[in-house]
Design a protein around this ligand. Structure first.
Ligand code: CA
Length: 228
């Protein structure tokens, strides 16, 4: 899952970005409204955390301009404007959630998880696909009851495949949603991570649970599926 943090207070921006990166998200950040609009327009983020008082362009203006272009983007407003009227205006502009400053990072994390789940069929922090389970909040995956020894990147790939189970996910889509802008997101790197994830799943489950559709991408299969 890929997140853009828009916040002009540098310390806060860094703290949020680092915290979310630690949680396993791909995170970009910026501190200017115009830059935020450019990034949101050109990149495919799953979620934006949006401050309102920003240099360049006000956060609400950014939201108004981007809303029609990116209907699936989740937007969480994070603002010191805490009056009911401010919250109502933000939500009316198309924000999905509103958190006032100051805030507890634990609450921000919970709201981020909640918003990111809404696009997908799975509504709980525990994702499941046949014997594979993935706990999005504890950042751990299991084959049955056995913990899988996955790297952060492997866990993020598996999470994205589990959230999009029942369809093929292309390499480009994985790059857009699992890697941040600074990463070496060339397709060779993805293949290396997928191959390592596939081996670990196969060791635990006894069969290859990531299928490849040539020229299209990857999808999860369970034991006994016709493709397995
Ligand atoms: Ca601000």
């Amino acid at each position: 899952m890929r997140i853009l943090v828009v916040e002009d207070e540098r310390d806060l921006q860094e703290a949020i970005a680092e915290g979310l990166q630690y949680d396993g998200y791909a995170v970009d950040s910026c501190g200017d409204g115009n830059e935020a609009y450019e990034l949101l327009y050109t990149e495919n983020y799953d979620l934006a955390i949006l401050d309102l008082n920003l240099p360049g362009m006000d956060g609400l203006e950014v939201l108004r301009k981007i809303r029609d272009e990116k209907p699936n983007l989740k937007v969480l407003i994070l603002s010191a404007r805490n009056q009911v009227a401010d919250k109502v205006e933000g939500l009316d502009c198309g924000a999905n959630d509103y958190l006032g400053k100051p805030f507890a990072f634990l609450e921000l994390e919970a709201r981020v998880r909640n918003l990111l789940r809404r696009n997908f069929s799975q509504q709980s922090a525990m994702l499941a696909f046949h014997e594979i389970r993935l706990d999005s909040s504890r950042r751990m995956a299991f084959a049955g009851e056995v913990p899988l020894p996955l790297t952060k990147k492997e866990l993020s790939i598996l999470e994205y495949l589990m959230m999009n189970q029942n369809r093929v996910v292309s390499q480009e889509e994985l790059i857009e949603h699992v890697w941040d802008a600074n990463a070496d997101s060339f397709s060779g790197a993805i293949r290396v991570h997928i191959s390592s994830l596939r081996k670990k799943l196969k060791n635990a489950l006894g069969f290859d649970s990531i299928a490849t559709k040539i020229g299209e991408g990857y999808f999860l299969i369970g034991c006994g599926d016709p493709n397995a």
